[in-house]
Design a protein around this ligand. Structure first.
Ligand code: HEC
Length: 136
């Protein structure tokens, strides 16, 4: 038979344990949050997007100049592919899909290769970064 004191101690332990677990869960969520800043790092680093799309997204990277069709000016929001058929071009979902599956799947150039090797967080971050380039 538990005394009230023991029960209180048990419930305190339970509360402490669940708040520690909660804190760990929340901090791991925060780490996995996609952001434009992370997208910039991938764009210029592991994604190598910069080689074709250029530092500003204008499509003037060293490898982009000789491409036909040339990459569009992402900095001006010149998108051409509606990957989810919602009638809007260049939404965050469209950009994510083009990065994940490549442009050819949606009737675009095979030069825009699929990058499923990048983590989902990186691909979402890239989409946010590309949208942040569009300053018109
Ligand atoms: C080998 C050159 C090359 C590389 C590297 C490259 N792209 Fe592209 N990208 C293209 C070309 C070419 C197009 C134009 C495709 C078309 O319109 O048919 C394009 C189109 C796009 C589009 C526009 C899709 C639309 O709606 O018109 C986005 C967004 C994009 N690329 C993002 C990226 C990202 C992010 C990366 C890095 C992970 C990347 N690209 C790497 C060549 C490249």
């Amino acid at each position: 038979m538990e005394t009230n004191k023991q029960m209180n101690r048990n419930s305190l332990v339970a509360i402490a344990a669940s708040s520690i677990l909660g804190a760990i869960f929340c901090s791991s969520l925060a780490v996995a949050e996609p952001s434009a800043e992370k997208g910039k790092a991938v764009y210029e680093g592991a994604g190598a997007c910069v080689t074709c799309h250029g530092a500003s997204g204008a499509g003037d990277g060293p490898a982009g100049a000789s491409l036909n069709p040339k990459p569009k000016n992402l900095a001006k929001g010149e998108f051409g592919l509606d990957t989810d058929g919602d009638g809007k071009l260049g939404t965050e979902t469209d950009i994510f899909n083009v990065i994940t599956n490549g442009a050819q799947k949606y009737g675009g150039s095979f030069m825009m290769v699929a990058r499923p090797d990048l983590s989902e967080e990186d691909r979402k971050s890239l989409a946010k970064y590309i949208l942040s380039l569009n300053k018109n």
